[in-house]
Design a protein around this ligand. Structure first.
Ligand code: NAD
Length: 492
């Protein structure tokens, strides 16, 4: 697939203006597969962030954005059409700055996420913001109740670098559809996946000034203004569990609502009667996009009774796996996002070896790729479920195979994690797989290869994988407050 030449917006969007940083500074954007600087981005300052927060507050408090449902539904529709018009530029951006394999852009990064904005436009228009509840008797008198859902206010959105266009859309869509205003701070590794959306908002929609603000910055702590400033009502965050904890801490002073989508260590449970030949070649999908996805399954649980047979198929899948240049459509795995992440993944691999896991495939930097932050697809067998690589999120192309004795043991090992984001179960019958899936404490699961990802699927985690749900009606309602008004009773 030919990519269009890069022509990204590199300025921030603050109070309706596409603007350089207030001090004029920029920071480099580096392509992780070539290590080359591909351009620069306005390096938003704390003053820029404060100006963005003030603009979002004014737009919420002083304009009709929160109340005019028909207008905002039309604006979100315009944003969808703008995204469609700029689709190829966004594809080029995500391949170049995130190292996303081009063949994954249709599903994970660009085409499917853009369609999600159409869902949000429709949701804005069709949602019932006001409903009558039944009458009640209070102090001997019959009374009615009106239930209203209103936008929560000003949203601070903080996003990571792994699926940046999708995640920015997943924050902007429901925030705008619900009538909130927003300040979005992207990860410094993937700034254009956000700043280019700023240009689309400014040039292709009637969204009023201040409703959407986008502030890229090389300084992670610029984001802390969003979790601590009293003018922000809700913080929506996707990223690491450590940063999620810090956001909760900062948000506690002003008791902000928070939505957190954090890490995972999801288990793929293959039951002893599953069709191994149909299922296990796909176990190498752990390495998709360098394993940089929170819902990817990174622990493979194989029954001890068929362990060697299963492991041999998985090993073959890893040996046949295509990875390398993300612009080559044959590859489903590109580089890690940065040298820091590459070194972090390699550190985990060393720890796995030290803690006694058996390295079957990979384990290092591929010799044939002399540029870029690549890590070999790596397969560990005989992994102790208590070991570091079985417990911590590696965020790399590393699969840990763990043997289990029976279904109860598989469920116990799968649930033995501080995380609870996703997972998979395979068995000869749907009933048997479902029975196990019901016992797994995670927010999403796939049974016999059936996927769940869609705009109307609520996505999120149990335990330390997060708080709240993104997408779907439940995700929309994260952005709404609830108000009940006592009113005269309804007469039937
Ligand atoms: P991170 O959590 O540090 O960064 C995510 C976002 O939070 C970025 O925009 C960053 O600038 C911002 N941020 C950082 N510190 C902040 C603070 N104190 N207040 C407000 N915002 C802050 O993630 P990372 O360092 O980019 O990656 C580290 C690890 O996070 C990865 O190895 C992976 O395990 C995990 N991760 C998970 C996901 C996910 O989807 N669950 C996504 C990316 C990374």
């Amino acid at each position: 697939m030919a990519l269009v030449p890069l022509a990204p917006e590199t300025r921030n969007l603050i109070a309706g203006e596409l603007a350089p940083a207030s001090n004029g500074n920029t920071f480099d954007n580096v392509n992780p597969s070539t290590e080359e600087v591909i351009g620069t981005t306005a390096d938003g300052t704390k003053d820029d962030m404060l100006a963005a927060v003030a603009a979002a507050r004014r737009a919420f408090d002083e304009t009709d954005w929160a109340n005019d449902v028909a207008f905002r539904a039309r604006c979100v529709r315009q944003l969808y059409e703008g995204l469609v018009a700029e689709k190829e530029q966004l594809r080029s951006i995500v391949v170049h700055e995130a190292g996303a394999p081009v063949s994954l852009t249709s599903y994970m990064h660009i085409d499917e996420p853009i369609e999600m904005m159409a869902y949000w436009a429709e949701k804005a228009a069709s949602y019932r913001y006001e409903t009558r509840m039944g009458n009640i008797r209070f102090l001997g008198r019959e009374q009615g109740r009106l239930l209203r859902r209103e936008p929560v206010g000003v949203v601070g959105a903080i996003t990571p670098w792994n699926v940046p266009v999708y995640l920015n859309i997943a924050k902007l869509g429901p925030a705008l559809a619900s009538g909130c205003t927003i300040v979005l701070k992207p990860a410094p590794d993937t700034p254009w996946s956000a700043t280019h959306l700023g240009r689309i908002v400014a040039e292709r929609t009637d969204i009023p000034a201040g409703v959407v603000n986008i502030v890229a910055s090389s300084d992670h702590l610029t984001g802390e203004i969003l979790s601590s400033d009293p003018r922000i009502d809700l913080v929506t965050f996707t990223g690491s569990t450590a940063t999620g904890r810090r956001i909760m801490e900062c948000a506690s002073a002003t008791l902000k609502k928070i939505f957190l989508e954090l890490g995972g260590k999801s288990a793929n449970i293959v039951l002893d009667d599953a069709d191994f030949a149909a299922t296990l070649p796909f176990a190498a999908m752990t390495c998709v996009h360098g394993g940089q996805g929170c819902a990817i399954t990174t622990r493979l649980l194989l029954p001890r009774s068929r362990y060697d047979e299963g492991l041999a198929i998985v090993e073959q899948g890893f040996r046949n796996w295509n990875y390398g240049d993300p612009t080559d459509p044959a590859n489903l795995q590109g580089p890690q996002i940065s040298r820091r992440q590459q070194q972090r993944v390699l550190g985990y691999i060393e720890k796995g070896k030290r803690e006694g896991a058996r390295l079957v495939v990979g384990g290092g930097v591929p010799a044939r790729l002399t540029k870029g932050w690549f890590v070999e697809p790596t397969l560990f067998a005989d992994v102790d479920p208590d070991s570091t690589i079985a417990q911590e999120e590696i965020f790399g192309p590393v699969l840990c195979v763990i043997p289990y004795e029976d279904d109860d043991d598989a469920v116990r090992i799968a649930n033995h994690s501080v995380y609870g984001l996703s997972g998979a179960v395979s068995a000869a019958s749907e009933e048997r797989a479902l029975a196990v899936a019901r016992r797994i404490r995670t927010g999403t699961l796939s049974v016999n290869g059936n996927q769940w990802f869609s705009a109307d699927t609520p996505f999120g985690g149990y335990k330390q994988s997060g708080l709240g749900r993104e997408n779907g009606e439940q995700g929309f309602e994260e952005y709404l407050e609830t108000k009940v008004i006592g009113v005269p009773p309804q007469r039937s």
